[in-house]
Design a protein around this ligand. Structure first.
Ligand SMILES: C[S@@+](CC[C@H](N)C(=O)[O-])C[C@H]1O[C@@H](n2cnc3c(N)ncnc32)[C@H](O)[C@@H]1O
Length: 229
């Protein structure tokens, strides 16, 4: 591993706005003093000290949506989730340097999300450019596979919304199908969101990967759905 990556991974462990799962078998997150915290059901109270809505960005990478949305909506709490500390570092550092107190980051495998969020604790979920896992045999690892949707449904509050942005047409189609099969109602579905002016401001936020996909001439797909109560 390169020195720069190692530095970021070590630094992020000491950031007060980052909570890390030491091992996937342990349902705890560590704070910057490496103390175990039970944040499940207590993100608003213990991390943000308010009762504002809670929004997650899953597969957040450098946390572009977490940062941009936290800046746009100071009265909403945002948590970016990814397994890679060196990527989280960028967003977490920006949030600290710019006193974005409504943005935090968590490092854990999204498979274990039920360890860290309570039923109905979350208002919205953004899934931004998740790995497409093109092989059929890997479909269960896609972050919109039925097993993941079932977990998201559990932690979402009534009327909670899931947003997906992807450049991958197969993943997009798969996600529409799995959402419908899970009983979701599709609220918005567009295959090329940058071909016309955005219908709402959140769509014009660009992630690190999204900028590369656009430069390579790829279309960006967006899907928004909810589960009826
Ligand atoms: C293609 S990158 C997208 C990053 C960012 N959203 C962007 O658009 O720039 C996918 C990210 O998902 C993360 N990831 C993939 N599977 C994951 C999982 N099961 N749990 C947590 N993070 C995961 C990877 O570490 C990676 O940062």
């Amino acid at each position: 591993m390169g020195k720069a990556k190692m530095y970021k991974i070590n630094s992020v462990a000491a950031f007060p706005n980052v909570f890390q799962n030491p091992h996937y078998t342990q349902p705890v997150l560590l704070n910057c003093r490496q103390e175990p915290l039970q944040l499940k059901g207590k993100w608003r109270e213990l991390v943000f000290q308010n009762n504002n809505p809670l929004v997650l960005e899953l597969a957040c990478g450098k946390g572009d949506y977490t940062i941009a949305l936290a800046t746009l909506y100071p009265n909403v709490n945002f948590v970016g989730v990814d397994i890679k500390g060196a990527r989280i570092y960028t967003g977490a550092r920006y949030a600290l340097e710019n006193s974005l107190r409504n943005a935090a980051f968590a490092r854990f495998r999204i498979e274990n999300i039920l360890h860290f969020f309570s039923p109905r604790e979350v208002n919205e979920i953004w899934i931004t450019f998740p790995d497409p896992f093109p092989r059929k045999s890997d479909a269960k690892h896609r972050l919109t596979a039925p097993g993941f949707l079932a977990r998201y449904r559990e932690i979402l509050s009534p009327g909670g919304i899931i947003h997906l942005k992807t450049d991958d047409a197969n993943l997009f189609r798969f996600s529409c199908e799995t959402a419908l099969e899970a009983g979701a109602v599709i609220q918005y579905c567009k295959e090329d969101i940058h071909s016309s002016p955005p219908d709402f401001p959140e769509l014009s936020i660009l992630t690190f990967y999204e900028k590369q996909h656009i430069a390579n001439g790829r279309k960006i797909h967006y899907l928004r759905f909810t589960f009826p109560q």
